[in-house]
Design a protein around this ligand. Sequence first.
Ligand code: GDP
Length: 468
Amino acid sequence: MYLHDTICAPATVPGTGAITVIRVSGPESFALVDRIFRSSRGRLSDAAGHTVLHGTVVDPSDGEAMIDEVLVSVFRAPHSYTGEDSAEISCHASAYVAMHVLNLLCIGGARMAEPGEFTRRAFVNGKMDLAQAEAVADVISSTSSAAHRLAVSQMKGGYSQELARIREALVEVTSLLELELDFSEEDVEFADRSHLRSLLASASGRIRQLSDSFRLGNAIKCGVPVVIVGAPNTGKSTLLNALVGEERAIVSDIAGTTRDSIEEQLVLDGISFRFIDTAGLRSSNDQIESKGIERAMKMLATADIVLALVDATRSPAEAGRLLTELLSRVDDSSQQLVVLVNKMDLNKNVNDINKMVSDSGIQRNVLNISALSGEGLDALRHTLVRLVQGRLSGTSDHILVTNARHHEALRLTAHDLDAALSALDAGIPSDLVAQDLRSALHHLGTITGAVTTDEVLGEIFGRFCIGK
Ligand code: GDP
């Protein structure tokens, strides 16, 4: 990849919508567009930045035949997305027109951009760091307001600044320790050990907090996983259908029809949820169903919210068995359990079951519903939103890690910081403590791109769609 040539690509999807935007970036942008652009307002090369020129794109090799009437926006370095001279040609959304314009630009000497190359240039030119560049992709793919909010906040750089602050403190500590090495003969300590310790402990605590926020951050970005469990025929599929409003899961009277798991996405109050209907929980001799149950158990572990469905027409003892099983599996620190007493419309054992649930120690998040009539479903929707909002408000500054690469880097950083702290406590020589800190700094630096390689950049930007 050459970062000094001029690249072009559609920034929108040609063939959809009314216009297509073709982006050109690099030192020859204006000269290349001037070759094919005619405007009564003159040449792009003479135009001021942040202006828009109206005109036509022509084919100079075909007697100046008109290709399309266009608007061209001018961005002069460094005040552009990439930090380079760049132009954006808004033409009509015909795939043919877009191809023709791109072709003419390439004949003039431009090159088709590789996926992510515009954003990669923005990163290389210091317009944004790596975490911000990755957030651009998250903003583009966000499907709910909560996910959008997180992506925008990361794109604006709050998270990067926080990491930079931690990095700065660690660089200072490391430098002090390394300075001691130069004076090792004289046995001096530049850094007061208790001050050092408290600095490292506070950095490590914050890094761990950020790392722990990944579970929620990832859930907000990809959809909060909600697993629906219950014995066969309690109404799991009916509930999923009622929530998403279409016949997605197969509803039947024959126990065990949902043999695999079914997933549906739904946005409630700006929060995206992924509802997963699992096979009924009961021991089974049927091989396929056993597999489904096995998977249900695995799914349970991945859920942030577990909806336990019990059937009001069956005995409280049966409901009790499910709840006992679930209570032993649900992890209180990261998962929330909601008990749904279904088929309340049939008005059978609702009260007895509610008493049994309460006796088993579950006081909160118990709802009577009818998946069939829709009764109680609004309360369920409210409960789901409230549970997530409760966890969101528990995050002190609304910085949530949403990126698996960052999560891994934070985990490694925390591990190194803990090693440095133990080394410090054990009175291990400062060069070894500094080694752990250097390693922590390296891992932290990979998040914002302060430390990176071409290979890593290629992998990150390669996942972008063309034109960003
Ligand atoms: P699953 O095996 O748990 O997925 O159960 P289904 O959703 O297939 O439902 C089993 C049967 O219970 C079907 O005949 C549904 O119509 C019925 N059912 C589900 N929910 C309700 C409800 O709230 N009230 C009544 N009366 N029947 C329900």
